[in-house]
Design a protein around this ligand. Sequence first.
Ligand code: ADP
Ligand code: MG
Length: 439
Amino acid sequence: MPTNHPSSEPQADFFHRLKWIMFFRILFTTLLLGSTIILQFIKNPSPLATPLLFLYGLIVGIFLLSFVYALMLRSGMRKILFAYLQVGIDTLIVTLIIFVTGGFSSIFSFLYLVVIIYTSMLLFRKGSMITAALCSMEYGTMISLEYYRILSPFGMEETFASATNGGSHFLYKALITTMACFAVAFLSSLLAEQAQRTKKALQAMEDHVKRVEKMAAVGEMGAGLAHEIKNPLASLAGCIQLLKEDIPYNPEHEKLMEIILREADRLNSLVSNFLLFARPPAAKIQPIHLSKALSETVELFEKNGSFSGKILIKKDFAFGIWVAMDPVHLHQIFWNLLINAAEATEGSGLIDFKIYPIKNKRVGIRITDSGCGMSRDILHSIFDPFFTTKPNGTGLGLSIVHRILESYGSRLDVDSEVNKGTTVAMEFKRIDPPTIQTH
Ligand code: ADP
Ligand code: MG
């Protein structure tokens, strides 16, 4: 299990928790020790009885310590070291409290667990285990000293002197306390780490949502702008076309006008692609016979000027499979994927195109090329809009594919190896063929 070290979280958060723990220490001291003093006072009306004096001293001591901590908080001391120091001193204080309130028979041994729990919130697995070990050692030492009568807790002489508790009793209690300390350390650090992980995941999600919102806003603006570019561009291309036809032939001018027209065409397709990505038109869903529709796409592709004759597409289509989709979307997806596959094989090679039924009424579609493949780094970015490794690429093809597939609850699985080739695959839900079936 990965352990989250506190240094990996923002310092401010750690600092904040440290301050809260300091505050609770003071509150706890006041309430717990205050009520104990009152109880002791009722039992033993002399305000100067030794255990009482000791408790007063402890309270004052803890207040003083908290004051020192507050001063140290502002110093440059490393916060983790500081937290360890505080926790270490706390275990000593708890041992003292237990000692003052009866040692072996004190009801305050649970305080060790409180210290361990808040340590796990600050210092996670490692810190809480160290604290559990410290607590066990301190407790063991204290009750051993008590057992061998080297030390005797206040106000307990008479009960202890009767020696009703044999050695096995002591050992048993020390063992149980040790086990409880480690069990609590384990469980509470588990919880603290889980909480930490959840918090990190939430933070990541929040960042993602913010990014998506920002992207959406920028995309919307871009889409507006792209839309505005389309009209003037069309007039520009139209005017040049007219000029070309009207003015007397001049090879030099002809070449320049060709360039203008070609570039205008490129710009137009870029803008159209961007609009497709940023503001996809509403889907007109209808039943589609997959193998028929994709055969048409392949046929069109094979006739496409830039690749005709150079690329061999091997179709392995299962027939009679229907899906509910917008045919334009289907065409866009496979047009883009085929272009990528063809470009990867540098215009000559074999592309394997497969449609196959899979269980749960789904259908798989796979395109495999024997092209250049992609490195891991490239693979990471291929769905980012405008990411391209091609000199004349737009980097919009896969972004559009991704966006369309997302709207059908599907996604593109890409598997690639450099210099070996790439396989892209996706799944769709099958539907029953409509009543009038065509092949
Ligand atoms: P474009 O094709 O305009 O570059 P895409 O979004 O279609 O934009 O693809 C992004 C990048 O993904 C490409 O530039 C290329 O590096 C990589 N890529 C996509 N498909 C393949 C493939 N079949 N083989 C190798 N690389 C690919
Ligand atoms: Mg492409």
